[in-house]
Design a protein around this ligand. Structure first.
Ligand code: C2O
Ligand code: CU
Ligand code: CU
Length: 528
């Protein structure tokens, strides 16, 4: 593949995981003076970790979705949909109110039994809640087939099988997920260690921040514009304003200490390349909720819709009053060289390097505090246990061809047809399979599987028309650990090793560009 910035980093497209030590870790040494950007609505809070009870108790929640309003840009109020929740039984700190239109942050514990009475209090339309990344039985998974009408409720009852990490929840009704998420329905779901687990060595409490990265187009009357053109529907909707934790111009004050910063891309379609304004590398400690074996340093970070990536950030080297900006560039490409699908006038160059300078997504203001450098643990988590050679079909991956034709997107020439699965989509619990996404479409698709996280085994090319744009973002693709959502660039073949089970039944896999998902780029696999 093409040139890469000279940064010390393990590249692992394959299985040689674990041995190399993380690179040496100076504190942030970059410097940049900039005017602090004003926050849109006073001082937005950050959904950070809370003080939970020491003993894990079972939890019973009421969760509902309702029409409401929120301030997203200064000076105007937007009509939104939002989740609300209350604790009926259990630790009251489990529900932390969301900022702006965001739903509350749900703080769950590994091993905890959770019951949720969900009510659809929307003015109209079906909905259902999906716990993105949690390993749960089919009827707890919040699938389109379980969507409930306005005025109805759905009872969830599951045990948190995942370890500690960053997850989220969002709606999943067929054809309306994009609109409902865009109107505001999304929230963080943070799994904390069960009492038996080691607490972990990453910063906690006030030094545990979370940023939900999204975009919106807010009209002058405050209303949210969505899908105003055929192009938005086909390509995926990208808002013209960056919105972090529900507000434009997000800023947060930090002490001169080390932080864990959890990033969630809650965008409908925008795949982002994130960088620090200081030029410092991004220090990645977890991907899609799972700790990496060791910290991985990258010059920038690729974040597709629905991906989570946790960073370790040390602000101790900055001066009081300095600001550090998290910048983000949209990485959208249409590969002209693919030459199919979109029709005249829509194709353009996927074959040029991308401009990654980006815009400001969040500003960290360094508060007056003593400088207290942190240190990152040598070892963060276990090496991923899923091995390509364990696959029952190792050597002959199952193929899933992504294509664009007749103004829509396809998986193996098929689309959503309810709770059915073909032979290739039928798998056995307790096995690992090799799957290969083959992208013959002119645009990138972030593919997500419900259930267990998986490993990326390899990336190769069918058509190299989009190779230059890939080369510009490839240093920011972090796949050393487990993922539940991965980008498939135009012309690429991406092989993944997926463990299936333990839960039997139908589970979804789909493109997480919500407009593609809503248009039918979504199927089931059946675990038998
Ligand atoms: Cu965020 Cu079907 O998932
Ligand atoms: Cu999911
Ligand atoms: Cu897609």
């Amino acid at each position: 593949m093409s040139s890469r910035p000279p940064i010390s980093r393990r590249r692992l497209l394959g299985w040689g995981v674990g041995a190399c030590a993380a690179v040496a870790l100076p504190g942030c040494t970059g410097r940049q003076s900039a005017t602090p950007s004003a926050s849109a609505s006073g001082t937005p809070q950050t959904p950070s970790a809370v003080e939970l009870e020491p003993q894990v108790r079972d939890l019973t929640l009421r969760l509902w979705a309702e029409a409401s309003d929120a301030q997203i840009v200064p000076g105007t109020t937007s009509p939104v949909y939002r989740y609300q929740a209350e604790v009926l039984d259990g630790d009251p700190a489990s529900v932390q109110p969301g900022t702006s239109y965001l739903g509350p942050t749900l703080h769950l514990r590994s091993g905890q039994r959770v019951r949720v009475n969900f009510e659809n209090r929307l003015p109209e339309g079906e909905t259902i809640v999906h716990w993105h990344g949690l390993l749960v039985p089919q009827e707890q998974d919040g699938q389109p087939g379980d969507a409930i009408a306005a005025g109805s409720s759905y009872d969830y009852d599951f045990v948190v099988e995942n370890g500690e990490g960053t997850y989220w929840y969002h709606p999943h009704p067929h054809m309306h997920t994009g609109e409902q998420v865009y109107r505001g329905m999304a929230g963080l779901l943070i799994v904390h260690p069960g009492t038996a687990d080691a607490a972990g060595a990453l910063p906690t409490g006030a030094n545990d921040l979370a940023l939900v990265l999204q975009d919106r187009t807010v009209a002058s009357d405050g209303s949210l514009s969505y899908l105003t053109s055929m192009r938005d529907q086909m390509m995926g909707f990208v808002g013209d304003t960056l919105v972090t934790n529900g507000v434009a111009g997000y800023a947060v004050s930090v002490r001169r200490e080390a932080y864990r910063v959890r990033l969630l891309s809650g965008t409908n379609s925008r795949t982002q390349y994130l960088t620090w304004s200081t030029g410092d590398p991004m220090r990645v400690v977890a991907t899609d909720g799972r700790a990496l074996p060791q910290m991985v340093e990258v010059p920038g970070l690729l974040l597709t819709p629905a991906q989570r990536t946790d960073l370790w950030v040390d602000f101790s080297g900055f001066d009081v009053g300095e600001t550090v900006q998290l910048r983000t560039a949209n990485t959208f490409v249409e590969s002209g060289g693919m030459g199919r699908g979109m029709g005249a006038g829509m194709g353009s160059a996927g074959d040029a390097a991308l401009d990654l300078s980006g815009e400001v997504a969040a500003t960290f203001q360094i508060a007056d505090s003593p400088s207290a450098p942190g240190s990152i643990p040598e070892s963060l988590g276990p090496a991923p246990s899923v091995l390509a050679e364990d696959a029952v079909n190792s050597g002959s991956p199952k193929q899933f061809v992504l294509s664009t034709a007749r103004m829509t997107h396809w998986i193996n020439g098929t689309q959503w047809e309810g709770r059915v699965a073909s032979e290739v989509e039928t798998v056995r619990a307790g096995t690992v399979e090799l799957w290969e996404f083959v992208n013959q479409s002119p645009m990138a698709h972030p593919m997500h599987l419900h259930g267990q996280a998986f490993r990326v085994v390899s990336r190769s090319w069918d058509s190299t028309a989009a190779e230059a744009s890939w080369a510009s973002i490839e240093p920011g693709v972090v796949e050393e650990g487990m993922r539940d959502t991965i980008i498939v660039w135009p012309g690429q073949r991406v092989q993944i090793a997926v463990p299936f089970g333990p839960h039997l039944g139908y589970f979804l896999y789909h493109c997480h560009i919500l407009e593609h998902e809503d248009a039918g780029m979504m199927r089931n696999f059946l675990v038998t």
